[in-house]
Each structure stands twice: as structure tokens, then as C-alpha cells.
Design a protein around this ligand. Structure first.
Ligand code: ZN
Length: 516
């Protein structure tokens, strides 16, 4: 809906700008329909191009003005925050990223555009830009960086997407190639699907074309060298991303959020980044410019790594929420994903567990949990097997139903708990052929739901990045032995410290580790 309403508004403006005189509003209204179906393609060809501020080339941006870009940025910003656990409120780091970003932006072709740099409180590794100068970088990405030039490389690339107006081009091209409802439907559909799942890219954040990636790299290298950074930071960080992706998929219980990462929103190859750097060198970029290792490590020391306990901690198959005072365990083979409003666990054969809290505005203190399920949670579903339970001293209830989804009929098992502070609930969704096999495991998950002991609450501490000095006799093996990973500790250590030569660690060298 959002996209189609927006398309109408843009068409209105194009006509208004190009075809109207001062007294022409009446004519406009009459002719609007004509333009839509007959004249629009012609208009687009005649008037749709603008001079790209970054590249100086003529680009087709008919369906999105620079004012509109700013409007989209402002409008989408709160949604981005909501989908990524808000801002990572670490004052020193926010100021640092804003300073590096502003320095780069001041060397761009749009030095007067008000850029906004935000660190998202999300442990996925990603960075992206909204039109209008909104640049986002996750704390998951910052935990991997080793020096200022690597951070600058990511920010400069995103600034490049903004200054070259890639979103406006992509959007306008999509609109011109096919004004039919199919395209709008697809865009709106994707957005609805990803929002329903609680995370995922918005339509504005879908991946860029290879040409746009190449262009953003070239512009990024340009801004880096102008600002005095060694553009090699862009290359080393990209290598790190490739290694991170490999390592994550090698680990047992790999994180499915990988699908939405810097690699997927910005598809590119190390080859192209090297080309961009070679080109910059040929054009007179200085060698041996600033890397800023010490400056960055001082900032990164102590930053959160992995889950923020405020949103709940995933530890293997356990989910623990110290603030809301509960925990539960999902079956073997299920991977946990945490979003702002719910916790998902994906298992084999599309089996899914959805955990969330009933609307806290409604007071269910006097509602039996059986009545809650039937009359408040799923009033429009025909439930059967409604049953009252007692789970770890809490009143609970369960029921079954069958639902129709895009993937056909699915079995639904519902469980609601009266926790001391709120009503919490599980929805177990399974294709009918696997329901029976998972029944016992789902019962175990149901009975694992409990409040926390004082000890468990104390143990629910987040992980942090620590910067330590190498002592005489320290080896990568020794330093990696304390990392909180089940396996491949040495590889994680090498990933966190990729720019150091590991055969030759010298006393006094600073390295990153992960600490409790
Ligand atoms: Zn990109």
C-alpha cells in the first residue's frame, strides 16, 4: 500500500512540475488519468534524468526527487530502529562513528547534506543507508573491525550509495520498466512478509546492482583517501566479512540471520574492491595513509558482543531473559532468533516455534488460561483439546488448531502461561507430517518455561570485546583458549585480529578477545 500511494504522489508531482503553468491545476486534474496511461513513458524519457551529484552522469531518477529521498529517510528511520533493537547507546562509540562519518561526508560531493550516523544495537554484521543521508552500522560489525580505516571503509561505501542516489535510480527504474501491479505487489508483498517475520530487509534495503556496488566502492575509496585514510581498510574489512561468513556456516547451530548481512545487501567481490583501490592509487591517492588502529581499539574495548541481556540472551538452545524473569529451552536442531517483539525458533522441516507476550495493556489476571486461549488469543480459530495445565507452579493452558498458510495446512499447538508479571505464550507450527514426531519435544519445551533463580539471573551476563596486551610467551592458541565458543576458537581469534601477523605476536601488541 505504501508503495502504490507513493507512486501516485510522484506521478502527480512530475506532471505538476513539467506540464503545468500557474493556472493549470484544473487541467491537471482532468489530464491525470491520461498521463498515467499514455504520456508517462514519454515524459519519463524526456524529463526523467538528473545529473548525479557524485558521478556527474545523467541518471534516470524520475520517480524520486531529492526532497522525497529525505522524506523517505525520515519516515523509515524509526522502523529501522525498531527492527534492530534500537540505538546502541554507548556514548563514546556513537560520537566516534559520527566524527569519522562526518569527516568522510565533508569530502563527498554533498558536503552540505545533513548525514545521520546510527549504531544499531544488533549483533548481526551489517551496514546500510537510507536515502537522504541516513547511515546505519551494527555493533556486530563494529566488533569485527580492527582499525578506524576499516570502519571508515564501510561508512564511506554507504555514503557513496547516498551521494550517487542509488535508491532513487533503482526505484525509478523499477517503476518505469513495469508500472503494472505485479511489481508493486511484489514489493509490497516482500515487505509484508519480512515484517510479519519480525525482521528482514525493507524494500528500500534490498541489494544493489553490481554496478552500484562498484560505484559505491569507488566513491568510498575517493572519500577515504581525501580524508587521509588508507583505503586498504576497505579491502581488509571485506576479507574479514568473507572469513566471518565461512566461519559462521562452519559452526554448529549456524545463525540463519546470515541471509540478511552486509554480504547480501551489498553483493561484491574482493576483486572489485581491489580494482577501486588500484584506480584510486593511479589517480594519486597517497600510500601509507592513516589506519588508526590504536584509536579504534581504545573505543572498541568493553563494547557488547552478541546478545544484549536487555533483549534476552541466547545460549545454545536456551533463551534467558534476566529483566523479564523467564527462561526456556527449544528442542535439539532448533535455532533461536530474537527480535523486538518475539522470539522465533526454526527447526527441521519448516517447524517453527513462536514465543511472545500477550498484549500487556489487557489485564488477564482474572481470566482462566483456557478462556484466554479460546476467547482472547485466537477467537476466530476453531480450537480443540483445550486443557488446563500446571507448569512449574504457573497456571497454563494448551489447545490445538489447524491453520491455512501459504505453505498449505499447518498444525498449530498453542500454550499460554500465567507468569507472575504477564501472560506468555508459545505457538508451535508444524507441517502435519512432522507434528507427531515433535510432540514430545514440544512438551519438553513447554515444561522448560520457568522463572529464574537468583543464581541464574546473576549468570545471565553479556559478552564484551576486551582489548588486552600480549605478554611474553603468549601464543594465539593460548590467547584464544578463553573465547566463549564451543569450537574453532583459534579461527575466531584470528578473525577478530586478522590484521596482525600471528606467527610473530610481540609483547605489548594489542589484541581483541571476548570476555564475560
Ligand atoms: Zn553497497
Amino acid at each position: 500500500m505504501f508503495v502504490s500511494a507513493f507512486a501516485r504522489a510522484s506521478i502527480f508531482r512530475i506532471i505538476g512540475k513539467n506540464r503545468m503553468n500557474q493556472s493549470g491545476y484544473l487541467t491537471l486534474r482532468i489530464q491525470r488519468r491520461f498521463f498515467l496511461f499514455l504520456l508517462l513513458p514519454l515524459l519519463a524519457l524526456l524529463e526523467g534524468c538528473s545529473t548525479n551529484p557524485a558521478t556527474g552522469e545523467q541518471n534516470f531518477t524520475a520517480f524520486m526527487s531529492q526532497e522525497k529521498e529525505l522524506e523517505i529517510g525520515q519516515q523509515e528511520h524509526p522502523k529501522i530502529l525498531k527492527n534492530h533493537n534500537g540505538v546502541y547507546e554507548r556514548e563514546t562509540m556513537l560520537r566516534y562513528v559520527a566524527r569519522v562519518g562526518s569527516l568522510l561526508a565533508s569530502h563527498s560531493e554533498l558536503p552540505d547534506l545533513q548525514f545521520h550516523f546510527t549504531i544499531l544495537n544488533d549483533d548481526i554484521v551489517n551496514a546500510f543507508a537510507l536515502p537522504g543521508g541516513y547511515i546505519y552500522i551494527t555493533r556486530g560489525l563494529l566488533a569485527l573491525a580492527e582499525n578506524e580505516a576499516e570502519v571508515a571503509g564501510v561508512l564511506a561505501h554507504e555514503i557513496g550509495h547516498v551521494t550517487a542516489r542509488h535508491t532513487a535510480q533503482r526505484y525509478s527504474q523499477a517503476m518505469a520498466t513495469n508500472l503494472g501491479l505485479a511489481v508493486l505487489g511484489a514489493v509490497v508483498g516482500n515487505q509484508a512478509v519480512s515484517q510479519a517475520a519480525g525482521f528482514g530487509a525493507q524494500a528500500w534495503l534490498q541489494s544493489y546492482s553490481r554496478d552500484h556496488e562498484m560505484e559505491a566502492d569507488q566513491l568510498g575509496v575517493r572519500y577515504m583517501t581525501r580524508a587521509g585514510y588508507d583505503p586498504k581498510g576497505m579491502e581488509t574489512f571485506f576479507k574479514k566479512l568473507e572469513k566471518h561468513k565461512r566461519l559462521q556456516s562452519l559452526m554448529a547451530g549456524k545463525d540463519g540471520k546470515e541471509e540478511y548481512s552486509l554480504m547480501s545487501t551489498h553483493p561484491r567481490t574482493s576483486d572489485r574492491i581491489r580494482q577501486a583501490i588500484a584506480l584510486a592509487r593511479k589517480n594519486g591517492a597517497p600510500d601509507g595513509a592513516r589506519l588508526g588502529r590504536d584509536a579504534y581499539l581504545a573505543i572498541a574495548d568493553g563494547m557488547l558482543y552478541g546478545d544484549d541481556p536487555k533483549q534476552g540472551l541466547r545460549k545454545g538452545r536456551d533463551f534467558i531473559h534476566p529483566d523479564l524473569n523467564f527462561k526456556f529451552t527449544v528442542p535439539p536442531g532448533f535455532n533461536l532468533f530474537n527480535s523486538t517483539s518475539k522470539v522465533l525458533a526454526k527447526g527441521p522441516d519448516e517447524a517453527t516455534i513462536i514465543f511472545d507476550r500477550a498484549d500487556p495493556k489487557l489485564d488477564h489476571r482474572d481470566t482462566p488460561m483456557t478462556v484466554y486461549i479460546r476467547d482472547f488469543w485466537v477467537p476466530r480459530l476453531a480450537v480443540n483439546g483445550l486443557e488446563l495445565l500446571s507448569v512449574n507452579g504457573m497456571e497454563a493452558a494448551t489447545a490445538k488448531a489447524v491453520i491455512s498458510t501459504d505453505n498449505g495446512k499447518q498444525d498449530l499447538r498453542l500454550v499460554a502461561f500465567r507468569h507472575p508479571d504477564a501472560v506468555y505464550r508459545f505457538a508451535f507450527v508444524t507441517p502435519p507430517q512432522v507434528t507427531g514426531a515433535l510432540e514430545t519435544e514440544f512438551r519438553r519445551t513447554t515444561y522448560s518455561f520457568n522463572t529464574l533463580t537468583e543464581q541464574q539471573r546473576r549468570n545471565a551476563q553479556p559478552l564484551r570485546i576486551g582489548v588486552i596486551s600480549v605478554h611474553k610467551g603468549d601464543t594465539p592458541q593460548k590467547l584464544s583458549s578463553t573465547l566463549p565458543f564451543e569450537e574453532r576458537k583459534l579461527e575466531w581469534f584470528e578473525l577478530l585480529n586478522m590484521n596482525l601477523s600471528h606467527r610473530d605476536l610481540r609483547p605489548g601488541d594489542k589484541v581483541k578477545v571476548i570476555v564475560h
